[in-house]
Design a protein around this ligand. Structure first.
Ligand SMILES: C[S@@+](CC[C@H](N)C(=O)[O-])C[C@H]1O[C@@H](n2cnc3c(N)ncnc32)[C@H](O)[C@@H]1O
Length: 256
């Protein structure tokens, strides 16, 4: 086929796809949901710095950093450690250029210059956003978080099943390139742990917080699990309760 013919076919195809998308209610609804989420505040950095200010914080760990100007460099804490294998940001100016699994393995084995007994006041988990990896990151973090500290997880509140897709690179999704992955599943699962307390701030795509201490407004869920198959649409109906979804400013007022 000559290239002009192919060119015309491509134009026709993209016109048809565009027309289909314009009439697809999922695309319309999802783009509204994306806009609403983007407009929410405060951003994760404000939440993290606020939680750090509640404890005499010394040590902060961030798993998954990308461009440190966006969050890591703005965190107010004496000792800060950054871990990232450099998948999304070529410069990757972090302390430990490796996956979170490798990082925790090396601390345990004493293969890096961090005390095996270190306790962090905040561990911010924002690496690979797939439930099984996030679950491992939480399990590892529980060994290195202080009794009063906070494990914080970004992207716990995807507004739609399209934002919560497993594959980031499915760009024909109604959520376009906005992606929260399946972090929500790991957070929801840990909400059922009796000795852990959690809250999810309804801002910046869901800032989930887990602690061994029962802070005001933090709670957990009783077994059996209400959504044992982790179905997104069941989750959506009950997520305020399931995730202990709270407005950050309202929660903050209750502390005063
Ligand atoms: C969403 S970005 C982090 C954003 C950053 N925390 C912020 O607040 O601006 C996710 C990062 O996780 C990194 N990443 C991917 N897989 C990882 C893994 N297994 N362990 C640690 N980091 C990982 C990617 O390289 C990417 O830089």
């Amino acid at each position: 086929m000559n290239s002009l013919k192919q060119y015309i076919i491509n134009i026709k195809n993209s016109y048809t796809i565009g027309k289909r998308i314009n009439h697809d209610p999922y695309f319309k609804k999802t783009s509204v949901e994306t806009r609403i989420e983007i407009e929410k505040g405060p951003r994760r950095t404000v939440v993290i710095n606020y939680l750090l200010s509640l404890t005499p914080a010394q040590n902060y760990l961030e798993i998954g950093v990308r461009n440190p100007e966006k969050n890591f460099n703005r965190i107010n804490c004496k000792n800060k450690i950054s871990v990232d294998p450099g998948i999304e940001y070529e410069e990757n100016p972090v302390d430990y250029k490796m996956t979170s699994d490798d990082f925790f393995r090396k601390i345990r084995k004493g293969n890096i210059e961090i005390d095996k007994k270190i306790k962090f006041d905040i561990i911010f988990i924002d690496g690979l956003h797939l439930a099984n990896q996030v679950e491992r990151d939480i399990v590892n973090s529980l060994d290195f978080i202080s009794k009063t500290g906070f494990i914080i997880l970004h992207d716990c509140n995807p507004p739609s099943q399209f934002h919560a897709r497993e594959s980031y690179d499915f760009l024909n999704s109604p959520a376009r390139n906005f992606w929260n992955g399946t972090t929500w599943k790991a957070f929801y699962k840990f909400r059922h742990e009796k000795l852990l307390y959690s809250i999810c701030f309804d801002t910046d795509w869901g800032v989930g917080v887990i602690s061994k201490t029962k802070y005001a407004g933090f709670n957990n869920l009783e077994l059996p699990m209400g959504n044992p198959y982790f179905e997104f649409n069941s989750h959506l109906k009950n997520k305020k309760f399931y995730m202990n979804l709270q407005n950050f400013h309202d929660w903050n007022k209750t502390l005063k």
